[in-house]
Ligand binder design. Structure first.
Ligand code: NAG
Length: 235
Protein backbone atom coordinates (compact mmCIF):
# COMPACT_ATOMS: atom_id res chain seq x y z
CA UNK A 1 0.00 0.00 0.00
CA UNK A 2 2.70 2.41 1.02
CA UNK A 3 4.75 1.61 -2.09
CA UNK A 4 1.72 2.32 -4.27
CA UNK A 5 1.14 5.65 -2.60
CA UNK A 6 4.76 6.62 -3.11
CA UNK A 7 4.62 5.58 -6.77
CA UNK A 8 1.55 7.62 -7.52
CA UNK A 9 2.89 10.66 -5.70
CA UNK A 10 6.09 10.50 -7.73
CA UNK A 11 4.07 10.19 -10.92
CA UNK A 12 1.98 13.21 -10.04
CA UNK A 13 5.16 15.10 -9.26
CA UNK A 14 6.40 14.22 -12.71
CA UNK A 15 3.20 15.47 -14.28
CA UNK A 16 3.46 18.62 -12.22
CA UNK A 17 7.01 19.12 -13.48
CA UNK A 18 5.47 19.83 -16.84
CA UNK A 19 6.06 16.78 -18.95
CA UNK A 20 4.06 17.85 -21.93
CA UNK A 21 0.70 16.26 -22.59
CA UNK A 22 0.33 15.57 -26.33
CA UNK A 23 -3.22 14.18 -26.24
CA UNK A 24 -5.91 13.62 -23.63
CA UNK A 25 -9.52 12.59 -23.46
CA UNK A 26 -12.39 10.81 -21.78
CA UNK A 27 -14.09 7.71 -23.05
CA UNK A 28 -14.09 3.97 -22.86
CA UNK A 29 -11.48 1.30 -22.28
CA UNK A 30 -11.91 -2.07 -24.00
CA UNK A 31 -9.69 -5.13 -24.49
CA UNK A 32 -8.42 -7.01 -27.55
CA UNK A 33 -5.38 -9.17 -26.66
CA UNK A 34 -3.56 -10.73 -23.73
CA UNK A 35 0.04 -11.97 -23.78
CA UNK A 36 0.30 -13.25 -20.22
CA UNK A 37 -3.15 -14.84 -19.98
CA UNK A 38 -4.25 -15.67 -23.53
CA UNK A 39 -7.24 -17.56 -22.15
CA UNK A 40 -9.24 -15.14 -20.05
CA UNK A 41 -12.71 -13.63 -19.80
CA UNK A 42 -14.17 -16.51 -21.88
CA UNK A 43 -11.89 -15.55 -24.79
CA UNK A 44 -8.92 -17.11 -26.51
CA UNK A 45 -6.59 -14.25 -27.49
CA UNK A 46 -3.99 -16.51 -29.13
CA UNK A 47 -4.81 -15.29 -32.65
CA UNK A 48 -5.12 -11.64 -31.63
CA UNK A 49 -1.65 -11.84 -30.07
CA UNK A 50 -0.19 -12.63 -33.51
CA UNK A 51 -1.53 -9.36 -34.99
CA UNK A 52 0.93 -6.79 -36.31
CA UNK A 53 1.07 -3.51 -34.41
CA UNK A 54 0.46 -0.29 -36.30
CA UNK A 55 3.46 1.45 -34.72
CA UNK A 56 5.91 -0.83 -36.54
CA UNK A 57 5.77 -0.04 -40.25
CA UNK A 58 8.87 -1.74 -41.68
CA UNK A 59 9.73 -4.48 -39.19
CA UNK A 60 6.69 -6.82 -39.02
CA UNK A 61 6.25 -6.66 -35.24
CA UNK A 62 3.39 -8.47 -33.52
CA UNK A 63 1.82 -8.11 -30.08
CA UNK A 64 3.70 -11.32 -29.19
CA UNK A 65 6.96 -9.66 -30.27
CA UNK A 66 6.26 -6.63 -28.08
CA UNK A 67 5.48 -9.10 -25.30
CA UNK A 68 3.93 -6.63 -22.88
CA UNK A 69 0.37 -6.32 -21.64
CA UNK A 70 0.98 -2.59 -21.23
CA UNK A 71 0.72 -1.82 -24.94
CA UNK A 72 -2.33 0.34 -25.68
CA UNK A 73 -4.18 1.07 -28.92
CA UNK A 74 -5.48 4.62 -29.53
CA UNK A 75 -7.68 6.53 -32.02
CA UNK A 76 -6.48 4.98 -35.29
CA UNK A 77 -7.21 8.12 -37.33
CA UNK A 78 -5.19 10.34 -35.04
CA UNK A 79 -2.34 7.82 -34.74
CA UNK A 80 -2.11 7.16 -38.49
CA UNK A 81 -1.80 10.91 -39.11
CA UNK A 82 1.37 11.12 -37.00
CA UNK A 83 2.90 7.79 -36.00
CA UNK A 84 6.19 9.39 -34.97
CA UNK A 85 4.45 11.69 -32.50
CA UNK A 86 2.40 9.09 -30.63
CA UNK A 87 4.08 5.69 -30.99
CA UNK A 88 5.90 4.44 -27.91
CA UNK A 89 4.71 7.33 -25.72
CA UNK A 90 3.63 6.88 -22.13
CA UNK A 91 -0.10 6.96 -21.42
CA UNK A 92 -1.40 7.79 -17.97
CA UNK A 93 -4.81 6.14 -17.61
CA UNK A 94 -7.23 7.20 -14.88
CA UNK A 95 -10.33 5.49 -13.56
CA UNK A 96 -12.64 7.67 -11.48
CA UNK A 97 -10.00 10.38 -11.62
CA UNK A 98 -7.34 8.15 -10.02
CA UNK A 99 -4.24 7.84 -12.23
CA UNK A 100 -2.81 4.33 -12.58
CA UNK A 101 0.96 3.97 -12.15
CA UNK A 102 1.11 1.21 -14.82
CA UNK A 103 3.56 2.28 -17.55
CA UNK A 104 1.16 2.05 -20.49
CA UNK A 105 2.51 3.00 -23.91
CA UNK A 106 0.99 3.57 -27.36
CA UNK A 107 1.68 0.77 -29.85
CA UNK A 108 -1.36 0.23 -32.00
CA UNK A 109 -4.40 1.81 -33.62
CA UNK A 110 -8.01 1.21 -32.57
CA UNK A 111 -10.67 1.62 -35.23
CA UNK A 112 -13.56 2.07 -32.77
CA UNK A 113 -11.60 4.74 -30.87
CA UNK A 114 -11.40 6.87 -34.03
CA UNK A 115 -15.02 6.63 -35.16
CA UNK A 116 -17.78 8.99 -34.07
CA UNK A 117 -17.44 12.15 -32.05
CA UNK A 118 -14.53 12.54 -29.61
CA UNK A 119 -16.98 14.04 -27.10
CA UNK A 120 -19.42 11.13 -27.27
CA UNK A 121 -20.32 9.97 -23.76
CA UNK A 122 -22.53 7.07 -24.88
CA UNK A 123 -20.90 3.67 -25.33
CA UNK A 124 -21.14 2.49 -28.92
CA UNK A 125 -19.19 -0.59 -30.03
CA UNK A 126 -18.97 0.85 -33.57
CA UNK A 127 -17.51 4.18 -32.54
CA UNK A 128 -16.68 5.79 -29.21
CA UNK A 129 -13.61 7.62 -27.92
CA UNK A 130 -11.15 5.75 -25.73
CA UNK A 131 -8.33 3.24 -25.72
CA UNK A 132 -8.00 -0.50 -26.30
CA UNK A 133 -5.97 -2.62 -23.83
CA UNK A 134 -4.89 -6.15 -22.98
CA UNK A 135 -7.60 -7.88 -20.99
CA UNK A 136 -5.33 -8.23 -17.93
CA UNK A 137 -4.55 -4.51 -17.95
CA UNK A 138 -8.20 -3.51 -18.29
CA UNK A 139 -9.16 -5.94 -15.54
CA UNK A 140 -6.56 -4.44 -13.21
CA UNK A 141 -7.93 -0.96 -13.93
CA UNK A 142 -11.48 -2.09 -13.15
CA UNK A 143 -12.48 -5.56 -12.02
CA UNK A 144 -15.81 -5.17 -13.82
CA UNK A 145 -14.01 -5.22 -17.20
CA UNK A 146 -14.97 -8.77 -18.13
CA UNK A 147 -18.62 -8.36 -17.12
CA UNK A 148 -19.14 -4.98 -18.71
CA UNK A 149 -16.83 -5.31 -21.74
CA UNK A 150 -15.96 -1.60 -21.49
CA UNK A 151 -15.07 0.70 -18.61
CA UNK A 152 -15.01 4.49 -18.18
CA UNK A 153 -11.54 5.98 -18.42
CA UNK A 154 -9.73 9.23 -19.00
CA UNK A 155 -6.17 9.47 -20.31
CA UNK A 156 -3.19 11.68 -20.97
CA UNK A 157 -0.51 10.78 -23.52
CA UNK A 158 2.79 12.24 -22.36
CA UNK A 159 5.76 13.21 -24.49
CA UNK A 160 7.92 10.49 -22.90
CA UNK A 161 9.07 7.48 -24.93
CA UNK A 162 8.83 4.07 -23.24
CA UNK A 163 9.18 1.91 -26.35
CA UNK A 164 11.16 2.38 -29.56
CA UNK A 165 9.31 1.38 -32.73
CA UNK A 166 10.66 2.03 -36.21
CA UNK A 167 8.13 4.87 -36.56
CA UNK A 168 9.05 6.95 -33.49
CA UNK A 169 12.70 5.89 -33.23
CA UNK A 170 13.97 5.03 -36.72
CA UNK A 171 17.44 3.52 -36.67
CA UNK A 172 17.09 2.33 -33.06
CA UNK A 173 16.54 -1.32 -32.22
CA UNK A 174 12.85 -2.01 -31.71
CA UNK A 175 12.19 -2.61 -28.02
CA UNK A 176 11.74 -0.97 -24.62
CA UNK A 177 13.76 2.20 -24.11
CA UNK A 178 17.11 1.51 -22.45
CA UNK A 179 18.17 2.95 -19.15
CA UNK A 180 15.55 5.00 -17.46
CA UNK A 181 17.36 5.29 -14.14
CA UNK A 182 15.30 4.31 -11.16
CA UNK A 183 11.92 4.33 -12.86
CA UNK A 184 10.78 0.73 -13.07
CA UNK A 185 8.10 1.70 -15.57
CA UNK A 186 10.81 2.78 -17.94
CA UNK A 187 12.92 -0.34 -17.95
CA UNK A 188 14.81 0.47 -14.73
CA UNK A 189 18.53 0.75 -15.23
CA UNK A 190 19.45 -1.81 -12.61
CA UNK A 191 17.74 -4.78 -14.24
CA UNK A 192 19.61 -5.71 -17.39
CA UNK A 193 16.94 -8.18 -18.48
CA UNK A 194 14.34 -5.47 -18.24
CA UNK A 195 15.71 -3.03 -20.74
CA UNK A 196 18.61 -1.72 -18.69
CA UNK A 197 21.37 0.00 -20.64
CA UNK A 198 23.89 -2.78 -20.09
CA UNK A 199 23.80 -6.53 -19.74
CA UNK A 200 26.18 -9.10 -18.33
CA UNK A 201 27.41 -10.36 -21.73
CA UNK A 202 28.71 -7.44 -23.80
CA UNK A 203 27.64 -7.54 -27.42
CA UNK A 204 24.70 -9.76 -26.56
CA UNK A 205 22.43 -7.10 -25.07
CA UNK A 206 19.05 -5.82 -26.17
CA UNK A 207 18.84 -4.94 -29.84
CA UNK A 208 21.86 -7.02 -30.92
CA UNK A 209 21.28 -9.51 -33.70
CA UNK A 210 21.11 -13.19 -32.80
CA UNK A 211 20.66 -16.70 -34.16
CA UNK A 212 19.01 -18.35 -31.20
CA UNK A 213 18.37 -17.84 -27.49
CA UNK A 214 21.89 -19.19 -26.87
CA UNK A 215 23.21 -15.85 -28.14
CA UNK A 216 21.25 -13.90 -25.54
CA UNK A 217 22.57 -12.40 -22.34
CA UNK A 218 20.55 -12.78 -19.15
CA UNK A 219 16.85 -13.42 -19.76
CA UNK A 220 16.70 -11.74 -23.16
CA UNK A 221 15.19 -13.78 -25.97
CA UNK A 222 15.89 -13.96 -29.69
CA UNK A 223 12.92 -12.76 -31.75
CA UNK A 224 12.77 -13.05 -35.56
CA UNK A 225 11.62 -10.14 -37.65
CA UNK A 226 11.95 -9.18 -41.27
CA UNK A 227 15.58 -9.48 -42.34
CA UNK A 228 16.99 -10.78 -39.08
CA UNK A 229 16.53 -11.66 -35.46
CA UNK A 230 17.00 -9.33 -32.51
CA UNK A 231 17.41 -9.66 -28.78
CA UNK A 232 14.74 -8.18 -26.66
CA UNK A 233 13.58 -8.13 -23.06
CA UNK A 234 10.25 -7.64 -21.41
CA UNK A 235 8.96 -4.18 -20.63
C1 NAG B 1 -9.98 10.68 -33.77
O1 NAG B 1 -8.99 11.54 -34.28
C2 NAG B 1 -9.44 12.32 -35.37
C3 NAG B 1 -8.23 13.04 -35.94
O2 NAG B 1 -7.69 13.92 -35.00
C4 NAG B 1 -10.54 13.24 -34.89
O3 NAG B 1 -11.03 14.02 -35.96
C5 NAG B 1 -11.67 12.41 -34.30
O4 NAG B 1 -12.64 13.25 -33.71
C6 NAG B 1 -11.16 11.46 -33.24
N1 NAG B 1 -12.24 10.55 -32.89
C7 NAG B 1 -12.53 10.20 -31.64
C8 NAG B 1 -13.69 9.28 -31.47
O5 NAG B 1 -11.89 10.58 -30.69
Amino acid sequence: MRAETVASVSMLAKLALGQSVINSGNGFGTYYYDIEHPQSCFNDFTNMNTGFVECSQFLPWTLNNVHSNNLVAMNHTLLAGNLAKFCGKRVVVSVNGQPSSTPFFIGDGCERCGTGSSSNTQWNPNGAPGLDFSFSALDSLNSNACNAGHIDISWQILDETLYNFDTNAPGQPTGPVNGGGGDPGNGGGSDPGNGGGTCSWAGHCQGASCGSDNDCSDDLTCISGNGGAYLRGKL
